[in-house]
Design a protein around this ligand. Structure first.
Ligand code: NAP
Length: 280
């Protein structure tokens, strides 16, 4: 079989080979769209990573996802786009004109998930983001790209919020973690990018009753699927967008780049991944 006739394949490069939902998602789309292709997990230790990336095409791959611990390092081995450079990490690789390019699809996942769950959310003037880690960088980049006027940023470690504001400019306003509750009445969108609320982590203490009546709440945590924050927001009649939605939407771009068709995030796909996450 020549490279021209071999089915297209992509892979997820990580170390150790963690359990990932990506094969489930991409195989679902390949099946749905009738595309002959593949998606496999490749466990690649740090000292073999550079060689693996340089030989990606020789190994028969049209592209890849990259995960821990390689997401930052891959920038120096590829041609990163503006999104990957701004975030300082890439999760998706593909070839364009013979060059290996890199992007970060968490931004698109974050935005598309909000668009699907709460259309019009980007009319918000003021947004409150909790957290200043990797996921927060993607969220803040996306919010600014959509023209949000003021992004208040609260993080337990203040210095990380300050650093993020320094990088992204004066629309990002750092606020003390202890003071974020004061901003709730003004936040038309609340974004939790901390790991609080995740299984095995601490609880996020926040009174959703203080949010405006038309606020939207999104939580990037997806284990559990229905976080206490999302449940409380829904109980108050607020629109919500969950972490699983973001996870599914961030996979769309990679599939499109590798296999040439833009796939859809359907209720059927969601149910499939939900069942995998909950062990149903
Ligand atoms: P990260 O870089 O390690 O950042 C973790 C963030 O949580 C930091 O802001 C950290 O604050 C904060 N935090 C942790 N424990 C805390 C506590 N006890 N009190 C207050 N703040 C605390 O992690 P990340 O990559 O940004 O991921 C964060 C969450 O987003 C994870 O749950 C991850 O699964 C989720 N995520 C979801 C998606 C998706 O597609 N749905 C994508 C990416 C990430 P400090 O700076 O003070 O440590």
């Amino acid at each position: 079989m020549t490279s021209a006739t071999r089915p297209r394949a992509a892979c997820l490069i990580g170390w150790p080979a963690a359990h990932s939902r990506s094969p489930l998602i991409h195989h679902y789309w390949l099946r749905k769209l009738g595309i002959e292709g593949g998606y496999v997990i490749e466990a690649v230790p740090p000292d073999e990573f550079q060689d693996f990336v340089f030989r990606l095409a020789l190994r028969g791959f049209v592209g890849a996802n990259v995960t821990i611990p390689h997401k930052e390092r891959v920038l120096a081995l590829t041609k990163p786009d503006a999104r990957a450079s701004a975030i300082g990490a890439a999760n998706t690789l593909w070839f364009a004109d013979g060059e290996l390019c890199a992007t970060n699809t968490d931004i698109e996942g974050f935005l598309s998930n909000l668009d699907a769950a709460a259309p019009g959310w980007d009319q918000a003037e003021e947004v409150l983001v909790l957290g200043a880690g990797g996921a927060a960088r993607a969220a803040v980049f996306g919010l600014l790209e959509r023209g949000i006027a003021r992004v208040h940023l609260a993080n337990r470690t203040r210095a990380r919020a300050d650093a993020l504001a320094d990088q992204f400019g004066d629309k990002v306003l750092p606020v003390a973690w202890e003071a974020f509750a004061d901003l709730l009445p003004r936040a038309k969108l609340l974004v939790n990018t901390t790991s609080l609320g995740m299984h095995g982590q601490g609880a996020l203490h926040l009174d959703v009753g203080k949010l405006p009546d038309d606020a939207v709440v999104t939580d990037l945590v997806y284990v559990p699927l229905d976080t206490p924050l999302l449940a409380a927001a829904r109980g108050r009649g607020l629109k919500t967008a969950d972490g699983l939605g973001m996870l599914l939407h961030q996979a769309v771009r990679g599939f499109e780049l590798w296999f040439g068709r833009r796939p859809e995030v359907t209720a059927e796909l969601r149910a499939l991944v939900e069942a995998d996450l909950t062990g149903a």
